[in-house]
Ligand binder design. Structure first.
Ligand code: NAI
Length: 338
């Protein structure tokens, strides 16, 4: 194994602790599923994030290579690799933030729910590890179907007595990135100037872009609304089909995950006014989980914003989204209860 793997890693981690104590601000972040399509790019992006002082890369395969590779980047974060379930506890101990892109991705013709069988068990195991080794960490859950895996994680944490709803966040940032991109194309503006709230969940009709609340304020024809809503809801499938069996979104997802993790870290640091959409434990609707705008702070999702005024098209969309979401949430809860 490379020097920063296993034994050598202890040296690296001690140096990182010294540096953190010496005043350099930084958080300890673990990526679970770090050798995957999302995980590798995300490892790169978090290695170059100045808010990260220690980066733990965990997977059941290939972490020695990814760790050696990423560790040569001359930024401050100390990288350490962990391979296989025997090292999960060490990977998680002391972490402030845990990002989970572990699990199988879709192939053409599959829905996110088709991944449930495999990914539910993976998320359960990893969350049991978190409950044991870093129960106070913020968790960013990427593994699909997010609509069900977040309820699974919540049930695991409840069982362990460690559940803090503010610290469990399903990552829907890619839906927002896609919405910003596609809306900017239609408006003919720079996507960096566009902000589209996307609420509901992270699969098909549960992805509900609120085009009536786009910033800067914009109006869309019925055709534009229909086109944009469909494209945003099927953005993931667009990539799955284009990759033709080679997986789903990894590069744009790693970007989105890195952006969301950075916002969580800025919140942890105590910065004010950090707002992102995320799929969280919520009272915004009658459902126990729902994606909405949340304000991130030292405690995680410290405030969840109401949906605001919806137009007729969005109200119909919301009813459809809630119907599907209810089933996905129930499926996740039952997986742990049974
Ligand atoms: P991938 O197959 O390239 O990578 C997944 C990695 O997870 C592999 O390296 C695999 O070894 C690892 N893994 C499997 N079981 C594990 C375990 N028990 N512990 C730790 N690691 C384990 O897949 P990719 O493309 O990186 O996607 C990962 C997940 O992210 C999929 O479930 C996919 O559906 C989801 N996803 C979510 C998005 C979102 O917006 N929330 C967007 C795109 C993908």
């Amino acid at each position: 194994h490379p020097p920063n793997f296993q034994e050598g890693g202890d040296v690296a981690i001690n140096k990182a602790n010294c540096r953190a104590k010496g005043g350099a601000p930084g958080f300890k972040v673990a990526i679970l599923g770090a050798a995957g399509g999302i995980g590798q790019s995300l490892s790169l992006l978090l290695k170059i994030n100045p808010l990260v002082s220690v980066l733990h890369l965990y997977d059941v395969v290939n972490t020695p290579g990814v760790t050696a590779d990423v560790s040569h980047i001359d930024t401050g974060a100390v990288v350490r690799g962990f391979l296989g379930q025997g090292q999960l506890e060490n990977a998680l101990t002391g972490m402030d933030l845990v990002v989970i892109p572990a699990g199988v991705p879709r192939k053409p013709g599959m829905t996110r729910d088709d991944l449930f069988k495999i990914n539910a068990g993976i998320v359960k195991t990893l969350c049991e590890g978190i409950a044991k080794s870093c129960p106070n960490a913020i968790v960013n859950l990427i593994s699909n179907p997010v609509n069900s895996t977040v309820p699974i994680a919540a049930e695991v944490f409840k069982k362990a007595g460690t559940y803090d709803p503010k610290r469990l966040l399903g990552v829907t940032t890619l839906d927002v990135a896609r919405a910003n991109t596609f809306v900017a194309e239609v408006l003919g503006v720079d996507p960096r100037e566009v902000d589209v709230p996307v609420v509901g969940g992270h699969a098909g009709v549960t992805i509900l872009p609120l085009l009536s609340q786009v910033k800067p304020p914009s109006s869309f024809t019925a055709e534009e609304t229909e086109y944009l809503t469909n494209r945003i809801q099927n953005g993931g499938t667009e990539v799955v089909e284009a990759k033709a069996g080679a997986g789903s979104a990894t590069l744009s997802m790693a970007y989105a995950a890195a952006k969301f993790a950075n916002s969580c870290l800025r919140g942890l640091k105590g910065e004010a006014g950090i707002v992102e959409c995320a799929y969280v434990d919520s009272q915004v609707t009658e459902l126990p989980f729902f994606a909405a705008k949340v304000r991130l702070g030292r405690g995680g999702a410290e405030e969840i914003y109401q949906l605001g005024p919806l137009n007729e098209y969005e109200r119909i969309g919301l009813e459809k989204a809630k119907k599907e979401l209810a089933g996905s949430i129930q499926k996740g809860v039952e997986f742990i209860k049974k």
